[in-house]
Design a protein around this ligand. Structure first.
Ligand code: KIV
Length: 274
């Protein structure tokens, strides 16, 4: 009988166990080469439906399809062996019923090999979260600002600024926590509320625009690298400034091709002299 000694990938239960131990580190990832570079540094990678905007130039996440999520989930799994990988369920692929959510989530797990899914929603999704977790599908919840609801909410502004919003986000987080989510993303929410929820729920909270009071943080990778520069929300920090580096590389390449200085002899195959 062989004994497994190989280091295993972090599981959703490992992420949950980090609450109260140390801050949880997460970023979005969409491609194999970026996942490879990120893998040693993060606890979990989120294949977020933000890829609709970041990679495909869509106006919102509403147009993202299950096929896009599966293709990028597979790419991120191929580029990682340490981090837990969580794939977002796209708009329209889980809200209709808990059975629809199970079928979509099971397909994502089977076809990508990832270990958990994320879905947006509060109290109205609690039954679905419970249904999935009872049937072997770990769920990362997502409350506060929910980008898939843009057509009914009408904007991307931070929430928790009046009693109605505070009460809703409070109830949403508690419902998803009770339903068994292994962690909960809190997006675009004021600090006092994020702090209160973090102190109350069993699951670790992962903030994006929700203050350092959360148990962990997630950001969109293109924001962290300074590739996406159309606008910079307050909660984003560019940890690198790759946009000008990339522009300069493209400009230099164009110049060298036009000047015929690229490809140089060292980039050129010749017949061997015999
Ligand atoms: O789609 C996404 O990238 C997300 C994160 C921003 C939390 O949901």
């Amino acid at each position: 009988m062989s004994v497994h000694t190989a280091k295993r990938r972090l599981a959703p239960s490992d992420i949950k166990a980090l609450k109260g131990e140390r801050p949880i580190v997460s970023l979005t990832a969409y491609t194999t080469p970026v996942a490879k570079l990120m893998d040693p540094h993060v606890d979990f990678m989120l294949v977020g439906d933000s890829l609709g905007m970041v990679l495909y130039g869509l106006d919102s996440t509403v147009g993202v399809t299950i096929e896009m999520m599966i293709a990028h989930g597979q790419a991120v799994m191929r580029g990682s062996s340490n981090a837990c990988v969580v794939v977002d369920l796209p708009f329209g692929a889980y809200q209709q019923s808990k059975e629809q959510a199970f079928a979509t989530a099971a397909r994502v797990l089977k076809e990508t090999g990832c270990s958990a899914i994320k879905l947006e929603g509060g109290a109205e999704m609690a039954e679905t979260v419970d249904f999935l977790t009872q049937r072997g599908i770990p769920v990362l919840g997502h409350v506060g600002l929910m980008p898939q609801l843009i057509n009914t909410t009408g904007g991307y502004r931070s929430l928790g600024r009046n009693d109605k919003e505070v009460e809703k986000i409070r109830k949403d987080a508690a419902a998803i926590d009770d339903a068994g989510a292994f962690a909960i993303v809190i997006e675009g929410t004021v600090e006092p509320l994020a702090r209160e929820i973090t102190g109350k729920v069993k699951a670790p909270t992962i903030g994006i625009g929700a203050s350092p009071a959360c148990d962990g943080q997630v950001l969109v990778v293109d924001d962290v690298l300074g590739i996406f520069t159309d606008f910079k929300p307050r909660f984003v920090k560019h940890f690198a400034n790759l946009a000008p580096v990339m522009s300069e590389a493209f400009a230099t390449y164009a110049e060298e091709v036009k000047a015929r200085s690229f490809p140089a002899p060292e980039h050129t195959f010749q017949l061997k002299k015999v």
